[in-house]
Design a protein around this ligand. Structure first.
Ligand code: ZN
Length: 386
């Protein structure tokens, strides 16, 4: 290129940059970021937080209070960020939930609440060994804080009201979330949607890499197009599963489900480091954690301003997509059968089930008997293989 051309080219570039400015700033709409998620997981899993139990639990609660305060979010509980959970013994405190809120901008919709929660407690230090709980559930807490930050820093106002909550004492039996639903700062019928995430930084069995699982849409199928939309063009497979594939209430969605509040439970599933001292920050897949956090962020934004909310249906409505997801999981286990030490009888069952599920997916519909069998096999696999 000739020297004399530079002046004009420079001017043209300057104009095109100006012309692009509005769309460039739109694409920089705040959203969950990998580097921040990574830093938060590292902090929460560090020895300073002592596995987030006892003194470490109190320290984590304080850390969340400071995070909410720094974002200038309002306290959720009567002017306080913390909700103490009393022991049976009078005057003694077992732990504390931590919550913040954004009151909606729409005079009609602001009485409807969207809740985003993650449990922050873990197993502490046992026999001198730190349980860092990076996946369980520093990953979920980091997501919750990043979604809260992105929304707090967005110029776009939310029409509905939002709550961000860190639940305590999940590991000892969902104490924090149980206490919350019995002492909610708003009437429970005003909670339109509860979203929680527990362990979203790895993959089921360490072998189902692209998958994040979402449970709960079977009771509010109207949420499914929102999930699909939020997950579009992300490096993820979102597998929507019926909650009954899990044997017990495995996380804080339990008390909300019992009260028929529409809920979504995100998890990448158990992996070999589950509840061991090896659940460390360096074992997490941060691009995946970012992608999941961005899906949940989108979903919260959608719920925050949609004209109407999907409602609870009593009889679960499952999809054929669920069958394909279960088949993919079983196939991944079969591909790694030596690692999981799958025995001859289990091998026979798994191969048979995969073949049956293939035929069902092909057919495009599943009978209730077939689904009951699939659920039994899936539960058996969760208990005996993973
Ligand atoms: Zn756990």
């Amino acid at each position: 290129m000739m020297m004399t051309g530079i002046g004009r080219l420079g001017l043209a570039l300057a104009f095109s940059v100006l012309a692009m400015a509005p769309s460039a700033s739109q694409s920089q709409e705040p959203r969950p970021e990998e580097a921040r998620l990574r830093a938060e997981v590292k902090t929460l899993a560090s020895p300073a937080f002592a596995g987030r139990s006892g003194e470490g639990g109190r320290k984590t609660a304080q850390h969340l209070v400071e995070a909410f305060r720094a974002l200038k979010l309002e306290p959720l509980f009567d002017g306080q960020y913390t909700q103490p959970i009393p022991d049976n013994e009078p005057g003694r405190i077992l732990g504390q939930n931590v919550g913040a809120r954004i009151v909606g901008s729409d005079p009609k919709l602001r009485d409807e609440w969207i809740v985003l929660a993650a449990h922050f407690d873990h197993l502490g230090v046992r026999e001198g060994r730190l349980y860092p709980g990076a996946d369980d559930n520093a990953s979920g807490v980091a997501m919750m804080l990043e979604v809260a930050r992105a929304i707090a820093q967005s110029p776009e106002a939310s029409k509905r009201s939002l709550m961000f909550i860190g639940f305590d004492l999940e590991e000892i039996g969902l104490y924090g979330s149980r206490y919350f639903v019995e002492h909610s700062p708003v009437p429970l019928k005003q909670i339109s949607l509860f979203i929680t995430a527990d362990m979203i930084g790895r993959s089921l069995g360490g072998v189902c890499d692209p998958y994040v699982f979402v449970m709960g849409s079977e009771h509010a199928p109207g949420l499914r197009p929102w999930i699909d939309q939020a997950a579009k063009e992300r490096p993820l497979k979102v597998g929507m599963l019926g909650t009954d594939l899990l044997v017990l209430d495995r996380s804080d969605y339990g008390p909300f489900r019992a009260r028929e509040i529409p809920y979504l439970f995100f998890s990448t599933g158990e992996n070999p480091t589950y509840h061991t001292p090896d659940d460390r920050p360096e074992t997490l897949n941060y691009p995946k954690l970012e992608a999941i956090s961005q899906v949940i962020h989108k979903l919260v934004l959608q719920a925050a301003s949609a004209p109407t909310m999907p409602t609870w249906i009593q009889a679960p409505e499952n999809t054929i997509g669920e069958v394909a997801t279960v088949r993919d999981i079983l196939r991944s286990l079969l591909e790694n059968q030596e690692m999981f030490k799958i025995g001859v009888a289990q091998l026979y069952l798994l191969n048979n089930t995969v073949r049956t599920l293939d035929a069902i997916v092909e057919r495009g519909s599943i009978t209730s008997t077939e689904r009951a069998t699939m659920v039994n096999v899936a539960r058996l696999v969760l208990i005996t293989i993973l």
